[in-house]
Design a protein around this ligand. Structure first.
Ligand SMILES: Nc1ncnc2c1ncn2[C@@H]1O[C@H](COP(=O)(O)OP(=O)(O)OP(=O)(O)O)[C@@H](O)[C@H]1O
Ligand SMILES: [Mg+2]
Length: 304
């Protein structure tokens, strides 16, 4: 992971602290979409981590807990059966018979039972998308008597389902004693350069390519990854994008017809011009777009 060394180091230190003291440590990682929050959380989570996230299509109370306990055997837990089933969102769940406070206490006990006294990493993915009951539970866990590193990722509260409650929860977590707090920004040009050098180890990078790629992606790791996968699959030159802002209106028209797979003769007929003129337009399009063939010019146009 480029550019996240300090954050990762701090998370590892926090985990060591949890193991040493047996006390909970919240670690809050915020950032805009695609800045690498989940990647960082996964890198910090050792095997055996308990991870939960919102179920985006059927949001329900205690989504985080229900998703975190999926695959765990709850039958041995010494807690009220019906409340456990309700909290785990059992499809045949019994009608709720508990007050919100009682449920919250049972939910904390349920996490405590899962943790089972051994140091654990609990991962809360995308706090901003969680239901209010889950937010309350996460805030409780940050100060509960648990040997847990509570790694929480979130987009900024203004993108949240409940912005105010999300802001308050993030503040509570960040304000807990010893909390780790990181906001992931976009990568800078030096970091983008490092990634490109790593991906294209065998190809020289054109001198202005890093700036162009940074401009096209804003240094966002997700957009960078996508750009490399889609446009840079054949080599770094593809990352520069469509270098054809100076195509004339006629040349754009010809390019549009190339995309439709027309021959020069068909283009000539479509535009009411001679085949010879079409040939000139096509060679201009190839030169200006830097494409080696009409197929490549069409492909570049489609991607752009
Ligand atoms: N520091 C980094 N260096 C290189 N690639 C990265 C880095 N961080 C993230 N990526 C890549 O960027 C993509 C997006 O990362 P990730 O899913 O972790 O972002 P996110 O912040 O969790 O996004 P979202 O808000 O949508 O959940 C992934 O493909 C990941 O491999
Ligand atoms: Mg994520």
């Amino acid at each position: 992971m480029v550019g996240r060394d300090a954050a990762l180091r701090e998370l590892r230190e926090a985990w060591a602290r949890v193991k040493r003291t047996g006390r909970p440590v919240p670690a809050v990682i915020t950032g805009l979409p695609g800045t690498g929050k989940s990647t960082l959380a996964a890198a910090a989570a050792p095997p055996g981590a308990i991870t939960g996230r919102a179920r985006l299509h059927t949001s329900a109370p205690y989504d985080w807990l229900a998703s975190a306990v999926t695959g765990h055997d709850l039958s041995g837990l010494d807690l009220p059966r019906d409340a456990l089933r309700w909290l785990a969102q059992d499809p045949d769940m019994p009608r709720e018979r508990y007050t919100p406070d009682a449920l919250l206490r049972i939910a904390v006990d349920m996490v405590r039972a899962l943790v089972d006294g051994k140091p654990r990493v609990l991962v809360v993915e995308d706090l901003h998308a969680l239901d209010p009951a889950s937010l309350n539970l996460i805030a409780e866990l940050a100060t509960a008597d648990l040997p847990a590193l509570l790694v929480v990722t979130s987009q900024p509260p203004d993108a949240a389902v409940s912005p105010l409650l999300t802001a308050r929860t993030l503040a509570r977590l960040s304000g807990a004693p010893g909390a780790v707090r990181h906001h992931l920004n976009a990568l800078d040009t030096t970091q983008v350069h490092k990634i490109l050098t790593h991906v294209y180890a065998d190809s020289p990078l054109p001198s202005d390519l890093v700036d162009t790629v940074w401009r096209r992606t804003g240094g966002n790791p997700y957009r960078l990854t996508e750009l490399i996968a889609v446009e840079g699959a054949a080599g770094p030159a593809g990352l520069a994008g469509n270098p054809s802002p100076d195509l004339t209106a006629r040349e754009r028209e010809v390019l549009g017809l190339l995309v439709e797979g027309m021959s020069n003769k068909q283009i000539a007929r479509a535009l009411g011009i001679s085949v010879r003129t079409v040939t000139v337009h096509v060679s201009n399009v190839l030169r200006k777009t830097g494409a080696a063939s009409r197929t490549e010019a069409a492909l570049k146009a489609v991607r752009a």
